[in-house]
Design a protein around this ligand. Structure first.
Ligand code: V47
Length: 352
């Protein structure tokens, strides 16, 4: 049986999956695009959202991070709960349907600060979808409060969190993880937290940070661990391969990925993760141009307008001020796809 036949039948080994990278980009693209078109045709999803990053003071030191306040970014800040609510209100009034809240792990503000941001936003804006707190934050909040993961997740639900973002996954391989983000949530616990969240009937996303010191096998291992959990829970809405941004951090990376390697990784994720409905080519780290190309290599989602973003832009991504809705719509249309505004759970809201 050929490699492609084995993969298509779902009867493949880890080594087979790694060998996908040896295929020509166009061949991978064709297989990935077939899956994409079967699921979504020419539709490309986006949402109107606003990122809120409440604080950049962090007890953890991830070498790839340029966002947290440290020697290369000596500007610590913590937004008040009122400021977070104000940001959410302004965004809502301009059409945002989702706030995506991710903070650094600030040990000084207390457990309730995190929960109250959500509670107060929901009190003012009961209709807005709150996508908040990565598994890394859940782990941090559990350590901070001496509560179990279950208790933290239940508190999040009570506060009004609707879904969880996929951040904090980085790369699951323990040896690489130890080198780039020692002390952060373990891979096992990242997956456990998402499993517990899914068991509560809730959805989440999963990310993978690539293009640093990992190799192709580590990426395949990462995808296959997600695939296994998805088989159990079916709780992931989207997989988001995040391309490593190189500025203002402490990770010494000499070789950067080619566009071909990025597209191959997106295509392989579409092929291997058939059980995760959406593949997001997050324009912030993929760049806008490559995200548009990625639509033909398996990606059916490019995230959203964002309005303001501080984590990836601190490391060099061109996302500090988000993207205008009409520009996003035009870019998708001009590249031959149909822009579809979705809500955070992938219900279609408007076809442009
Ligand atoms: O967890 C940090 C990553 C993530 C860098 O769930 C970096 O819908 C690249 O998770 N280069 C936060 N990436 C962003 C994130 C996300 C974004 C959009 C949508 C969703 C979703 C989730 O950014 C962090 C970390 O993995 N990150 N530093 C860097 N230098």
């Amino acid at each position: 049986m050929s490699l492609i036949e084995k993969i298509k039948k779902g009867n493949f080994s880890f080594e087979d999956a790694v060998k996908l990278y040896d295929l020509e980009l166009f061949e991978l693209g064709e297989i990935a695009n077939e899956i994409r078109e079967k699921k979504f045709g020419k539709k490309t999803y986006f949402n109107i959202n606003r990122h809120i990053n409440p604080s950049n003071i962090c007890k953890d030191v991830c070498k790839f991070c340029a966002f947290s306040a440290h020697r290369k970014n000596p500007n610590p800040y913590t937004l008040s709960i009122e400021e977070c609510v104000e940001i959410a209100k302004n965004a809502y009034n301009k059409g945002a349907k989702e706030v995506h809240i991710v903070s650094a792990h600030n040990p000084h503000v207390g457990y309730e600060y995190y929960m109250n941001i959500v509670k107060e936003i929901k009190k003012e804006l009961p209709d807005i979808h709150v996508k908040a707190f990565t598994a890394a934050e859940v782990n941090f909040l559990s350590e901070l409060s001496n509560k179990s993961y279950e208790e933290v997740l239940d508190d999040m639900i009570e506060a009004g969190v609707d879904s969880m973002p996929g951040g904090g996954a980085e790369i699951f391989d323990e040896e690489i993880r130890n080198k780039i983000c020692k002390g952060k949530v373990s891979s096992e616990n990242y997956l456990k937290i998402h499993e517990l969240w899914h068991k509560r009937g809730k959805k989440s996303n999963a990310t993978m940070l690539f293009g640093h010191i990992e190799n192709r096998s580590h990426r395949i291992d990462h995808m296959l661990r997600l695939k296994k959990l998805q088989e159990k829970t079916n709780g992931f809405n989207a997989f988001i391969p995040l391309v490593y941004q190189r500025k203002n951090n402490y990770l010494n990376v000499k070789d950067f990925l080619t566009g071909v390697e990025i597209l191959k990784t997106i295509a392989i994720s579409r092929i291997l993760l058939e059980n995760i409905p959406n593949i997001k080519a997050y324009w912030v780290t993929t760049t806008l141009n490559l995200s548009l190309v990625a639509q033909s290599y398996g990606a059916n989602d490019i995230d959203g307008t964002i309005e303001k973003e501080s984590i990836n832009s601190a490391a060099g991504a061109a996302s500090r001020n988000g993207l205008k809705l009409d520009e996003l719509v035009h870019l998708i249309k001009d590249s031959g796809y149909i822009p579809v505004e979705r809500d955070s759970l992938y219900n279609e809201l408007k076809v442009y």
